[in-house]
Design a protein around this ligand. Sequence first.
Ligand code: FAS
Ligand code: PHB
Length: 400
Amino acid sequence: MTTPIPQRTQVAIIGAGPSGLLLGQLLHKAGIDAVILERQTGDYVLSRIRAGVLEQVCIDLMDEAGVGQRMHQEGLVHGGFEMLYGGARHRIDMNKLTGGKNVMVYGQTELTRDLMDARQAVGLPTVYEAKDVAIHDFGSAKPRVTYSKDGVEHTLECDFIAGCDGFHGVCRASVPRAAIREFEKVYPFGWLGLLSDTPPVSDELIYVNSPRGFALCSQRSKTRSRYYLQVPLTDRIEEWTDEAFWQELRLRLDEEGREKLITGPSLEKSIAPLRSFVTEPLRFGRLFLAGDAGHIVPPTGAKGLNLAATDVKYLSSAIIEFYQERSEAGIDGYSARCLRRIWKAERFSWWFTQLMHRFPEDGPISAKFQEAELDYLLNSEAGSRSIAENYVGLPLNFGE
Ligand code: FAS
Ligand code: PHB
């Protein structure tokens, strides 16, 4: 017997990625009803290999949502990472430079699975394979969502719509163009990612700026690795055999990396484009954009998922305040509060991308500028601290 799909709820959440699921969990814990509408299957959502590094803010939110147990059991706490350029490694000691802060390596897939399991365990309504989702009357106090499921048309009446439907979703696209400003920078390369059940090449992440381009050595556990290579936007995944990937990675690593690299068959291999993108504002009447629906960062700074978590923290607090205190202060302040944090993360992600990737189209002088900047930053405590405090995530009340 499948759970009947409600036709009325307090919050309609569009998208069952990390943003939508985390929001649903936080609202549930506050006794607020929400229905999640997701156009894909749950397995498809889990099959997308994305983020790998959680900031403390995200870790705390998973705990607040009551779903942090496996994360603490299986996640890997990292106090630093390495930057490799000019054939030499330089460790950013985040823990020392930030007065004790760390990050956690725990894949987005696992975080999403934990949220999905928690939602299913208490029978909260999630409609997977919801087709033709459309949002209506979000400028009024009676917004609604229409969609079809197994060929049957449905209308979901609600008080609020949370657009957690990612960069290609329907919610941002439904806002009249005159009401929205979009800022975008597209980078002239992509990230070719490979996931493998092989031990990581190093205990910590290694960000590489090599003459052949950027590379990143990341991980999901002590036995599962995630690697990335900067590739031209014209590259197609079919052109990259596993062996070609491993060979190119070796050429971008140092001698120690080449010696320690353990290769194996890819479990997943994909090319992702890189862009910086921000929507202003993030609130349109009773419609709120959160996560990738409102902004995109180049993954260099490991900010995408973490920014989504902060949006969800602010949005859940605002909606809870509305129902419990009949106050609209939180929902009125949502957009400005998010954007202040979003733009600082966008700036760091853009800056770190500019620092660690090669831009041959800018001529040989661009590599000389990078070399000089890296030489300064990594030999200056102030410079290294700037990298460290942005990487672990600025405090939620930064600048207030
Ligand atoms: P998501 O895109 O994850 O989820 C949106 C959901 O909405 C999807 O499940 C989608 O199917 C659904 N949806 C879309 N349209 C819909 C509609 N019309 N109706 C119903 N449902 C709809 N971040 C990092 O920190 N590090 C990384 O290494 C990293 N790598 C990435 C690689 C790729 C290829 C991409 C695309 C992103 C990457 N990111 C990375 C960023 C990523 O992790 C996002 O920040 C994170 O997925 C944001 O989560 P959501 O906001 O939930 O959006
Ligand atoms: C990842 O493990 O997928 C990852 C880690 C750090 C980044 C980007 C991606 O900056």
